[in-house]
Design a protein around this ligand. Structure first.
Ligand code: ADP
Ligand code: GLC
Length: 478
């Protein structure tokens, strides 16, 4: 029987976003509603959010929330209830959700408070009578919530911990144990302790009833030393409780047939209309005479995303006739390396440093291919947007990239199932060869458009995964 879920997250589309976590947290309530589950999402009331969500109804309050008062105001976004934790001493800051550019020094307290409130609501419910059956936590920011729930002794509410990215572990000084209202006896390697520190992610992984991550391949990778980032032993121990459920995309937002951000809408039966979008994109990035594939990159500029490999392989790609349009922001040395690349290849490589949602839409509509050479990728969303927009993905064979793209190897081409290009290992040699294959595939226009159409026909929405989450919740609450 469907029930109620309290989802706890630090980002939520369309309220606040730094990456894919926001897309997923924002899409889950609608997707689960389709399965009969009533999900409300608790997130910090960062500046401006209370107005954006029209959150006026106070449904919870507490006088002493880690150094000041806190209350929860309920609002609606896209028909789904959001619960904004209004605690100005923690969240009324001018920078991003985690700091700007450096992390806030009290992030441990800020997100322990979010987690503590999540656990309290799970146990006591809200003043309007709403009481959840399941507490669903996302990443380190809500990792302490299953721990608070477990230590409270409550057995009624079941908890789910979802790993979106194990690289972020919420490590904090063990000296904060008391301040964060965590029991001293739980500071051991089976629960809160992680190499002498506290880790909120580990706390969640050790105490939640079940663990999920965002693709089956990443679930398997996480138990290995080269991907588990120190948590592999715990995850291998909890293997029976760990499942990988692929992310979907919000097909109302990411759909070239209805996308209001793009000048020329198209579908797989009117692919020719991609051409004016491509022309507009090359003009916008100041590119000319790109005879080969126009590749795009929409990404955080970090080591995870393999941006250095793009820098290394770009010159050869341009020499083969390719063009590059890059949108992203992140580590200073990668931003600089990309700026140098643009200088070396004027008219062939274009760059926008920054975060621009509307431009991202124009890029998927205008691009021939999207490059995702990630060293690890729990799920990845941009390859999915690429598939949806006929912008063929070139991806590393890892995590969700391995699970969502079908490589154009000879057998896959013969069977007419290929949707993109995959490479392994994640190094410049293999990526360079993948780009060479991309250029060759692009030359055969009949096969190329068949591959685009196959990608555009894939089921990429939330239906299947929402049903899997619903089954998981039901198995916990039966
Ligand atoms: P991650 O969450 O690791 O950054 P994902 O692929 O899951 O990777 O999600 C990234 C999300 O952020 C996608 O929705 C992508 O379009 C978006 N994105 C990343 N960088 C930018 C940017 N500079 N401008 C606009 N959107 C961006
Ligand atoms: C993380 C991962 C990304 C995933 C996203 C949403 O940010 O890096 O691969 O798609 O979370 O689950």
């Amino acid at each position: 029987m469907p029930g109620r879920v309290l989802s706890v997250a630090s980002e939520y589309v369309p309220l606040v976003k730094t990456g894919g976590l926001a897309d997923v947290a924002g899409a889950l309530p609608g997707a689960l509603a389709g399965q009969g589950w009533d999900m409300r999402t608790l997130l910090p009331a960062y500046p401006g959010l209370i107005d954006k969500a029209h959150a006026t109804e106070e449904v919870w309050s507490h006088l002493d929330l880690f150094g000041g008062p806190g209350r929860v105001l309920m609002g609606q976004v896209g028909g789904n209830a959001v619960l904004l934790l209004d605690a100005p001493h923690l969240y009324d800051r001018a920078g991003g959700p985690y700091g700007n550019p450096k992390d806030y020094p009290d992030n441990a307290q800020r997100f322990a408070a979010l987690s503590w409130v999540g656990a309290r609501i799970a146990i006591d419910g809200l003043s309007d009578g709403w009481v959840p059956d399941v507490l669903h936590c996302h990443d380190w920011q809500s990792g302490f919530a299953p721990a608070y729930l477990r230590f409270s002794g409550d057995k009624r509410v079941k908890s789910v911990m979802t790993i979106h990215n194990i690289a972020f572990q919420g490590n904090a000084s063990a000296a904060l144990l008391g301040e964060l209202r965590l029991p001293f006896e739980a500071f051991n390697s089976d629960a809160l302790e992680y190499w002498g520190h506290l880790s909120s992610l580990k706390a969640g992984l050790a105490t939640a009833d079940v663990i999920t991550t965002v693709s089956p391949t990443y679930a398997a990778e996480l138990m290995r030393g080269d991907f588990g980032m120190g948590m592999q032993g715990l995850l291998a121990y909890r293997a029976a409780d760990l499942t990988g459920i692929l992310n979907g995309i919000d097909e109302d937002v990411w759909n070239p047939e209805t996308d209001t951000e793009i000048a020329h809408r198209y579908s797989k039966t009117s692919l020719a209309k991609k051409a004016p979008n491509r022309a507009a994109l090359t003009a916008e990035f100041g590119l000319t005479g790109i005879d080969g594939p126009l590749a795009i990159v929409v990404s955080r500029l970090t080591d995870q995303k393999g941006i250095d490999l793009i820098v290394e392989c770009a010159t050869d790609f341009v020499a083969m006739g390719g063009g590059l349009a890059i949108l992203g922001s992140g580590e200073a040395h990668l931003e600089q390396a990309l700026k140098d690349l643009v200088k070396a290849h004027p008219g062939k490589i274009g760059l926008r440093i920054g975060y621009d949602e509307a431009l991202a839409h124009r890029m998927f509509a205008g691009g021939d291919a999207v490059l995702v050479p990630s060293r690890f990728e729990p799920c990845g969303l941009t390859q999915l947007y690429g598939l949806r927009y006929g912008c063929v993905p070139v991806v590393a064979l890892t995590g969700g990239l391995a699970d969502t793209v079908i490589d154009a190897n000879p057998m896959a081409q013969q069977a007419k199932v290929a949707t993109g290009v995959q490479f392994h290992p994640v190094d410049a040699l293999a990526f360079g060869q993948a780009l060479r294959r991309l250029v060759d595939l692009h030359e055969n226009s009949k096969n190329w458009s068949a591959m685009q159409k196959r990608g555009m026909s894939q089921a990429l929405g939330w239906d299947t995964s929402a049903a899997t989450y619903a089954q998981l919740y039901e198995s916990l609450t039966a």
